[in-house]
Design a protein around this ligand. Structure first.
Ligand code: HEC
Ligand code: HEC
Ligand code: HEC
Ligand code: HEC
Ligand code: HEC
Ligand code: HEC
Ligand code: HEC
Ligand code: HEC
Ligand code: HEC
Ligand code: HEC
Ligand code: HEC
Ligand code: HEC
Length: 310
């Protein structure tokens, strides 16, 4: 943290103009820094300790090198994690000093303007807690508005697909910036054999009720909630037994296929006109051609229903 800071400041920064204007008062101090061995030449540093009380006496402006003589933490923080602010330099943010100027704390918006994120006026310090380490960001667990100044897709999904997650704050789940939470932090898996990595096969965090899945999801995952269907199918002796649940119930939860989707017109039209329901002869898909007591579509039931309605 030697003098060249000010030089790079003037050269590289996107907000050079803002800085130039705001630092007009200090160009006198800054300009000499461009010269080769300026600091010592300018600051009458010889009287180190004595120089401290001195400002009252002579109007020698403070330079960036002076600050560390009395303030240790900010220079150390900037050195460690100042990022861009390291290049900005103390006196471009802190213009003036006690006693001649008490109000030498800058507003962030002095230099940061023009993006939605920078409209969070007055809130900057809630997250960027230390201006000397601007990239050290922490936030409370009730933040949403500030996140959506940069991330727009997630809020759009949460609004379009209403679920109980839509009522949570972003930072209830993402309590450290960039960290992805595990579903199992807050939820129990549907079956003891299910682990965190399985959740994404069926759920997306920002639309958790819009359950969609690929054709590779194993039947045991469905069995966690549909034990009866699973047991019937695996005990069945028909060729359907070898098919995965998702082979028939494709892509989206609660999709129910029609027999004809796969089998077309398997019998003469006359026969199907007389017996339009495949199930009248084949029973149910999970237990084809078998009329077990468990099978819900068993003939007795089928006949019982119309009777009830009339
Ligand atoms: C001679 C010692 C000395 C030097 C050199 C010095 N300061 Fe200070 N600074 C102080 C004292 C004393 C205070 C008042 C602290 C307090 O009230 O707690 C102070 C307060 C501050 C504050 C707090 C705001 C305020 O008004 O209370 C800032 C910011 C600050 N200094 C920045 C700087 C910067 C930047 C430099 C270098 C350009 C610098 N100081 C150089 C002694 C110094
Ligand atoms: C005197 C001007 C100035 C002030 C005041 C200022 N900044 Fe900056 N800041 C800059 C410049 C210049 C950059 C680098 C260019 C950019 O990112 O726009 C920067 C970069 C940053 C970065 C990115 C850091 C990096 O290394 O990528 C953060 C975060 C930031 N500023 C936050 C703040 C916050 C919060 C405040 C108020 C406490 C603040 N700034 C006040 C000039 C300033
Ligand atoms: C990007 C702008 C920026 C830069 C660069 C910057 N500061 Fe600060 N500084 C601030 C802001 C904003 C505060 C007020 C923080 C707060 O209110 O919590 C502050 C607070 C301070 C304080 C008083 C509170 C404290 O933390 O002790 C001192 C002293 C200080 N700065 C010194 C320095 C010194 C020395 C440098 C250079 C090594 C420096 N600052 C560089 C923006 C900056
Ligand atoms: C809710 C927390 C939060 C608040 C409030 C907040 N920031 Fe940020 N800020 C962030 C996060 C998170 C990042 C992204 C850091 C990253 O890129 O890893 C960021 C990045 C930045 C950056 C650098 C990247 C960029 O896109 O410009 C600047 C500059 C910045 N903030 C300035 C500000 C200013 C100025 C304010 C107040 C007007 C502010 N921030 C308020 C959380 C916040
Ligand atoms: C100033 C802009 C900014 C703000 C404000 C901001 N972020 Fe980010 N966020 C970023 C950037 C930039 C990244 C890095 C993107 C990347 O790696 O693709 C990021 C990354 C993330 C990631 C990780 C993405 C991944 O693919 O792993 C999550 C999660 C995240 N942010 C959540 C949040 C939350 C929650 C908030 C509010 C508390 C927030 N962000 C505020 C800019 C921001
Ligand atoms: C930080 C905790 C947290 C995390 C992490 C989390 N959830 Fe939730 N989730 C909740 C809360 C709270 C509810 C509402 C519970 C209630 O009211 O009964 C909920 C509800 C749900 C619901 C029911 C939604 C509704 O509207 O009925 C589903 C589905 C769900 N979560 C799936 C997931 C999945 C999948 C993940 C991982 C991608 C996940 N959750 C991550 C806290 C969390
Ligand atoms: C219920 C917990 C929860 C809530 C609430 C939540 N997220 Fe997420 N977020 C996650 C999980 C888990 C992931 C990992 C991807 C997945 O499972 O779909 C994620 C992924 C992300 C990502 C990485 C990119 C992506 O979309 O996959 C970003 C950015 C993000 N979330 C931002 C946000 C923002 C902004 C909000 C608030 C509007 C928010 N999240 C609300 C849990 C949550
Ligand atoms: C094979 C697909 C599938 C997998 C894998 C899966 N889920 Fe689900 N989950 C569902 C379906 C389908 C529902 C919705 C049932 C309904 O409509 O009521 C659901 C509902 C939920 C609910 C709402 C409450 C409840 O129990 O009905 C939560 C919470 C949940 N899942 C969390 C998880 C978590 C955590 C994981 C990973 C460990 C996970 N899910 C893995 C399909 C799956
Ligand atoms: C978290 C538990 C859960 C998981 C896991 C789950 N389901 Fe469901 N499923 C339900 C619930 C609850 C219902 C609604 C039952 C009702 O309405 O009586 C349902 C209904 C269904 C229906 C019937 C729709 C209708 O119109 O009658 C089908 C088909 C279905 N699920 C298939 C699947 C498939 C295939 C899988 C695996 C990819 C699966 N389910 C995973 C809970 C789950
Ligand atoms: C998603 C496609 C699909 C759906 C929907 C479907 N099936 Fe099948 N079905 C198959 C496949 C694949 C076979 C095995 C063909 C083979 O191996 O030759 C099969 C075989 C059969 C067989 C011969 C069984 C045996 O063991 O020889 C019958 C009968 C049958 N299906 C009837 C039905 C009926 C009735 C329905 C509706 C309740 C239905 N299927 C729904 C794909 C489907
Ligand atoms: C051959 C295609 C096929 C396969 C494989 C299949 N189903 Fe079905 N499923 C159907 C059809 C067709 C229906 C509509 C009722 C009928 O006609 O049998 C149905 C109905 C359902 C229903 C709603 C009615 C009920 O019986 O509860 C659920 C839930 C269900 N299936 C879940 C599953 C699960 C879980 C699996 C895997 C263990 C599975 N299905 C495998 C075709 C299939
Ligand atoms: C009137 C009773 C009846 C009805 C209704 C009926 N089937 Fe059949 N189906 C049969 C008989 C009998 C067989 C021959 C069984 C055998 O050979 O074991 C058969 C065989 C099949 C086969 C196996 C053909 C093969 O090549 O092995 C399929 C697939 C099939 N039916 C699908 C359907 C579908 C889909 C429907 C509804 C559109 C339906 N059936 C309606 C009685 C019926």
């Amino acid at each position: 943290m030697k003098t060249p800071k000010l030089v790079s400041l003037a050269v590289g920064l996107t907000m050079a103009t803002a800085l130039m204007v705001s630092t007009a008062a200090q160009t006198m101090a800054a300009a000499p820094a461009k010269a080769t061995a300026p600091a010592k030449a300018v600051a009458p540093a010889p009287a180190t300790k004595a120089a401290a009380p001195a400002p009252a006496k002579a109007k020698v402006p403070l330079t960036n090198d002076d600050c560390v003589k009395c303030h240790t933490t900010p220079p150390a923080d900037i050195e460690e994690a100042g990022g861009w602010h390291k290049k900005v330099g103390c006196t471009n943010c802190h213009m003036g000093h006690r006693p001649s100027s008490k109000n030498n704390i800058p507003s962030c918006n002095q230099c940061h303007e023009g993006k939605p994120h920078y409209n969070l006026k007055g809130q900057c310090g809630n997250c960027h807690k230390n201006p000397h380490k601007p990239k050290y960001i922490t936030f409370a667990n009730n933040v949403t508005e500030a996140c959506v100044t940069c991330h727009t897709q997630q809020i759009a999904q949460l609004k379009e697909f209403k679920s109980k997650h839509s009522a949570l704050y972003c930072s209830t789940c993402h309590n450290v910036h960039g960290r992805i939470p595990q579903c199992v932090q807050c939820h129990k898996p549907h079956a003891p054999t299910m682990v965190q990595a399985d959740c994404a096969k069926c759920h997306k965090a920002h639309q958790p009720k819009n359950v969609k899945y690929a054709s590779t999801v194993p039947s045991k995952d469905c069995a966690a909630c549909h034990k009866k269907a699973y047991d019937l199918l695996t005990a069945s002796t028909s060729k359907h037994k070898t098919l995965a649940c998702v082979y028939c119930h494709q892509e989206k939860h609660k999709m129910v296929p029609k027999c004809q989707d796969c089998h077309g017109v398997p019998h003469p039209a006359g026969m199907l006109a007389k017996f339009p329901k495949c199930g009248d002869c084949h029973s149910i898909a999970h237990d084809l051609n078998h009329w077990s007591s468990q099978a819900p579509a068993a003939k007795p039931a089928a006949h019982a229903k119309p009777a009830k309605k009339k």
